[in-house]
Design a protein around this ligand. Structure first.
Ligand SMILES: [Ca+2]
Ligand SMILES: [Ca+2]
Ligand SMILES: [Ca+2]
Ligand SMILES: [Ca+2]
Length: 389
């Protein structure tokens, strides 16, 4: 079933022409109009549940429209034909998100499989004006991974001193109900310009967790921190963080990078440049990979970037200073159809995944593979905690 779902996701891949994003919207910004959104499911799941093989409209689907420039959010549910109409909308670029959840008993009754199904779909930075006829969002089943990037602190601390970014960290969360092992996982960051490569992600850096199989457990609902440097950064910047008890740290043995002997080092597979595995304080895409035993021999592109097969990626998050710059995206939509961030550099802010629900006291984080929806900006980082400040 999962394989079918994955192929459905690929088939339903949504591509957008967003070259107009940088232009300002020419319509009068005070004009209000009615926006019509159609939510479609072409997988056949909804058709089977509704007993109507020709109807692709999804009834009672949740729809959210969020204005990129103003942050205004409209929310509602589709009618029985799959349409949602919203009055008094103002012209802007909008992120549109739609979701339909079918509980286990419904799925079992109509499809004969014992699982719940959540369908999601999104459009990013679409232009809505009084000239827009309607918008169509196609839903596909969610493929969520067990291990997720739950927080990325890349922004850098506020001065003094200026430009302090050695306190960057990545938080990885076990979103499943079983123990996982990080031993074969790796973290990389992506270069710009290869988004259409269907086979490989072009990485600037790639660092693997230590261990040979079951050395680095991560329990359900638990998280780990990978620091750029596992030290107390408050000694260097009063606005920074104490990361001396991080679980892992990046270590570049080919530079003057100084490791903390008490914190295990991430193993360098590839390092294109820089003194450490530095994330950009403005725009970057961070990917968590699950490597296979054959991933010991690597190939590289003509710009000396390491090529990691796209099917090794389990989670990816793209952040940018400008949330409308979809034409400069690095990650394909199947990994992250959105963009998070949107803050100036060196503000000490962080991006963290939102909570979806709790199952027996365990927090399950949101993963629609769209960071515009799944992530929020925190005023202060929360290493090793899901607390939202
Ligand atoms: Ca380091
Ligand atoms: Ca160390
Ligand atoms: Ca994901
Ligand atoms: Ca956190």
């Amino acid at each position: 079933m999962i394989k079918i779902f994955i192929s459905l996701v690929i088939i339903a891949f949504i591509t957008l022409a967003l070259s107009s994003c940088k232009q300002s919207i020419s319509e009068s910004e005070t004009t209000q109009f009615t926006s019509k959104v159609f939510i479609a499911d072409t997988t056949g799941i909804t058709a089977k549940i509704n007993g109507d093989s020709l109807a692709i409209g999804v009834k009672h689907a949740l729809v959210e429209l969020t204005s990129v420039s103003y942050g205004v959010q409209y929310q509602g549910k589709t009618n029985s034909g799959g349409w949602w109409e919203k009055n008094d909308v103002i012209a802007d670029y909008y992120n549109c998100f739609a979701q339909k959840h079918y509980p286990k008993d419904t799925v079992e009754k109509y499809l004969g499989i014992s699982q719940e199904i959540t369908l999601v779909g999104s459009l990013s930075a679409i232009t809505l004006t009084d000239k827009t006829d309607s918008v169509k969002v196609i839903l596909t089943p969610v493929i969520s991974s067990d291990l997720l990037i739950s927080e990325i602190y890349y922004n850098g601390s506020s001065p003094p001193p200026p430009y302090y970014f050695h306190d960057q960290f990545t938080e990885i969360y076990n979103n499943s109900l079983e123990v996982k092992y990080l031993d074969n996982y790796a973290i990389g960051d992506l270069s710009y310009g290869y988004r259409d490569d269907p086979e490989f992600l072009h990485c600037l850096h790639l660092y693997k967790f230590p261990g040979t199989g079951t050395d680095c457990p991560i329990y359900p609902g638990e998280m780990i921190i990978v620091a750029q440097d596992a030290i107390n950064h408050q000694e260097y910047n009063a606005n920074s963080l104490d990361l001396s008890d991080a679980d892992f740290e990046y270590y570049n043995p080919l530079s003057s990078d100084v490791p903390n002997p008490n914190v295990p080092n991430m193993i360098q597979i590839y390092h294109k440049y820089g003194h450490d595995f530095l994330y950009s304080v403005m725009n970057d895409a961070i990917v968590l990979f699950e490597l296979l035993p054959q991933d010991t021999v690597w190939s590289y592109d003509s710009f000396d970037q390491i090529l990691v097969p796209i099917n090794r990626a389990v989670d990816g998050v793209e952040y940018k200073e400008e949330l409308t710059e979809y034409e400069y995206k690095r990650l394909p939509d199947i990994l992250d159809a959105g963009i998070t961030g949107g803050m100036p550099m060196y503000k000490g802010k962080s991006v963290a995944r939102k909570t979806l629900k709790e199952v027996n006291g365990q927090v399950i984080l949101m993963d629609n593979n769209n960071s515009s929806i799944d992530f929020q900006v925190l005023d202060h980082p929360t290493p090793n905690s899901l607390d939202i400040n």
